[in-house]
Design a protein around this ligand. Structure first.
Ligand code: ADP
Length: 771
């Protein structure tokens, strides 16, 4: 039998009586006393009544013959544990009847009431039984309450268990010796052990050996103080790997306040530890580099200042942080530029360059600075990172290098000049030998050989002069419309001795129509002579050279091709650089200084053209192709070309002034052989002295002389009225533009470089003739 909630408090009296008359009387008596009742004719009715809720059961003895008693006992036995329905048994024969005895044995909570009972007795007995029933109801209510409490408790406990189990953080509970009592799923994941394994371990067993001492002392100290704490430490996972955790540990106490266990919330912080490590590493790195690394906010306030910045600027990080970068670092004179740079950076551009900065002591120095703006994901300027290096030393070295380079150029110029001086008399003497009649064939050959070698020496010296001109950007062009064929002819003439001496064949193919170029004929012929000389030099004897030109649109292509030693592919991009030579060991006897091609390129580019080197490799020959723009002009003005062996120079009174006696004398002899009247002196004062009486038409005057130099002599000559019209020619080793300017200022008409080129000299004499 189950007791439904609804009727648990029912105090209705269920009456089981076979005869309606007795039952009705009893009910009436109860009703009189305001006690509700229900009359049941049989056990089935009683069972239903009890189900609906019964206060007590009133049974007449005759209603429970043997069969009914068993059925009734069965009904009553199905009560809830708290319920013991009071049964009032109305007996006719007292307690001695066998029915009553059986009823007392089987029904339990039975009270006997003998009949006929007076109504008051009946009511009193019923009330007593109902009281007892009410107490049972109280017990039942209490039990129900307890049951509800238990259910609620159980529910919250299981919720807690679920929370603990599913928590994203690891949770572990340990007893006072550190043995695990409880671990959740996440904790198992963090340490890589199963729950069962962990429940056999202590937290110290998992702790990294290096952290064990600290771990144990913290644990026992806080346990004694009953205080919570946070500890960062490493666990060694089951697989041996390390995991960094941050544990928030609390002490759990019982009702009396005695420590019972420790609970830790465990968070895996390995990633953030690694990030921290990385940040620390980067900070160390920034400190280790020999550059100041500084970060500022968008307003220029310093937010990061590395170790090297302290050394470079003299401010410690603590002093610099929060201050304006311009105030701390920039020199006063740089403030305007700093503002400009700042606006560039705000616009998202980086800036790098030289910047004058200041040490705390006030000392300024040049720094190379790179500033980079950093923007956040919304595109707002977040910070500016500036890296600066002290370049005082670099600037010093650069200046020293420039200085050394200047000195080298000066040295080369001086060397070239000094080399020219001895060359002049040698070349003159050779000319004299050739001009004097009756030399035997052997001497003739020796002369030729010496001329070739002197020519080569002159070329080398010229190259030396060119080096300093190219490096100073002082190469000048005297452009005029020139015919390419004439330029190439002159180049071939210059190179022919070398080509022939090496037994090479030269094939020339030029277009029939004239090709006009706006250029410097001397320089252009130098370009092609250089290329032809190289072809001859870098080829075994008996090779083939092709010189070709053709028009292509409004340009002309000139090619110099040979069957020589070729150029390795890796050298092709470098071949035009100054002093580059492919392989010194294979250089020919007539090797140069490695500046010929540099000069070629410089000159070609100055003419608005390009030059290119081609070769299929070693021993595959080489080809140099020069492209030059054609001139719009249709023709060239005819010029007088002079032959070195042209007629003599009659009617000339020449004064040669040179402190180099050999040079002066040999030139004098040469001019005499050419038919001129010649006087030679070796210093300026002698020249000035002799001139008024000698009445020279031409004075060839050296510049660098002790005592009075050529400039001074020239000025004084021009001061003499009788010497105003004579032709004053400077003959000097100095051939720079600057030197030419100075000679012209001093009153010279012409400037020739030693050793004097006979053709040039003669043409000057001729021009005087026609004057
Ligand atoms: P130099 O001839 O005085 O050494 P250049 O500037 O004229 O200097 O040439 C540079 C180098 O280029 C030469 O040393 C040589 O190695 C290489 N070179 C120039 N022309 C040729 C060529 N026609 N064939 C092979 N190698 C060449």
């Amino acid at each position: 039998m189950t007791l439904s909630e609804r009727d648990t408090l029912s105090l209705r009296v269920t009456i089981l009586a076979p005869t309606g008359k007795d039952a009705a009387l009893t009910a009436a008596a109860l009703s009189e006393a305001a006690i509700e009742s229900l009359i049941c004719p049989d056990i089935a009715c009683v069972e239903r009544a009890i189900e609906e809720g019964a206060g007590i059961l009133l049974v007449a003895e005759e209603a429970i013959a043997t069969g009914e008693l068993r059925a009734l006992a069965a009904v009553l036995s199905r009560q809830q544990p708290w319920s013991d329905l009071p049964v009032l048994l109305l007996t006719r024969y007292g307690a001695d009847s066998s029915t009553v005895i059986k009823a007392l044995q089987t029904l339990g909570n039975v009270t006997l009431l003998e009949r006929p009972a007076r109504p008051a007795t009946l009511v009193s007995a019923v009330r007593t039984a109902l009281k007892a029933r009410e107490r049972q109801y109280q017990v039942r209510a209490h039990l129900a309450e307890q049951e509800r409490t238990n259910a609620a408790l159980e529910e919250s406990e299981s919720r807690l268990r679920a929370i603990v189990h599913q928590a994203m953080a690891g949770i572990a509970q340990c007893d006072l010796e550190g043995r695990f009592l409880l671990v959740n799923r996440r904790f198992c994941e963090i340490v890589g052990y199963s729950r069962e394994e962990l429940l056999k371990l202590r937290h110290q067993d998992l702790t990294h050996p290096l952290d064990q001492e600290r771990n144990a002392s913290e644990f026992f100290r806080h346990l004694a103080e009953q205080s919570g704490y946070v500890i960062e430490k490493r666990y060694v996972r089951k697989d041996g790997s390390e995991v960094w955790v941050r544990n928030s540990v609390a002490v759990l106490c019982d009702a009396e306040g005695k420590s019972q266990s420790m609970v830790a919330v465990v968070i895996d912080v390995t990633e953030s530890k690694r990030a921290e490590e990385r940040v620390r590493f980067q900070a160390h790195l920034l400190d280790a580099v020999g550059q100041a690394a500084i970060a500022t906010d968008p307003d220029g306030k310093i937010i990061y200042w590395n170790h090297y910045a302290e050394t470079l600027y003299g401010w410690t990080g603590a002093e610099a942080l929060g201050r304006s970068i311009v105030e701390v670092v920039a020199d006063r004179t740089m403030k305007e530029q700093a503002v400009e740079i700042m606006s560039l950076l705000r616009a998202g551009q980086s800036w790098s360059g030289e910047f004058l900065v200041r040490h705390r002591s006030g000392r300024t120095f040049p720094a190379f600075v790179t500033d980079t703006p950093i923007f956040d994901s919304e595109g707002c300027l977040q910070a500016i990172i500036g890296v600066s290096t002290d370049i005082t030393e670099r600037k010093r070295v650069e200046e020293a290098l420039r200085d050394a380079d200047r000195r080298k150029d000066e040295f080369l110029a001086t060397l070239a000049h000094e080399l020219r001086n001895p060359l002049a008399p040698i070349r003159n003497s050779l000319h004299i030998l050739r001009l004097s009649s009756g030399i035997d064939p052997a001497t003739e050959r020796v002369c030729e050989m010496m001329e070739r070698q002197v020519g080569h020496l002159v070329r080398l010296v010229d190259d030396l002069m060119e080096v300093s001109r190219i490096t100073r950007g002082q190469v000048e062009l005297r452009t005029e419309p020139v015919e390419l064929a004439a330029v190439l002819r002159s180049a071939v003439e210059a190179s022919r001795p070398l080509i022939e001496a090496s037994g090479h064949q030269l094939a020339i193919s030029l277009p029939a129509e004239p090709l006009i170029i706006n250029g410097d004929p001397v320089r252009l012929s130098q370009v092609f002579a250089n290329l032809l000389n190289n072809a001859a030099k870098y080829m075994d004897e008996g090779g083939q050279i092709w010189l070709g030109a053709k028009q292509q649109d409004d340009t002309v292509l000139v090619s110099v091709r040979d069957t020589g030693i070729g150029i390795p592919a890796e050298m092709l991009p470098h071949i035009f650089k100054m002093f580059i030579q492919v392989d010194r060991s294979t250089r020919q006897a007539q090797g140069g200084l490695g500046i010929g091609l540099t000069l070629v390129r410089t000159l070609v580019e100055m003419h608005g053209g390009q030059v290119e080197a081609r070769s299929l490799g070693v021993d595959q020959g080489s080809e140099f192709v020069v492209r030059l723009p054609l001139s719009k002009e249709a023709s060239v003005s005819g010029r007088n070309t002079l032959d070195a062996r042209a007629p003599v120079l009659p009617n000339h009174r020449v004064l040669v002034v040179d402190d180099n006696r050999d040079a002066a004398e040999s030139l004098g002899l040469l001019l005499k052989l050419l038919g001129a009247e010649v006087r030679v002196v070796n210093d300026g004062p002698s020249a000035l002295e002799i001139l008024p009486s000698y009445r020279a038409t031409v004075v060839l005057l050296d510049i660098g002389m002790p005592g009075m130099d050529g400039y001074e002599v020239a000025r004084r000559i021009r001061e003499q009225p009788e010497s105003r019209d004579l032709m004053l020619i400077a003959l000097t080793g100095w051939g720079q533009e600057e030197d030419r300017r100075r000679t012209s200022q001093a009153g010279f008409d012409h400037h020739l470089i030693k050793p004097a080129d006979m053709t040039a000299l003669k043409s000057l004499f001729m021009s005087l003739h026609s004057r």
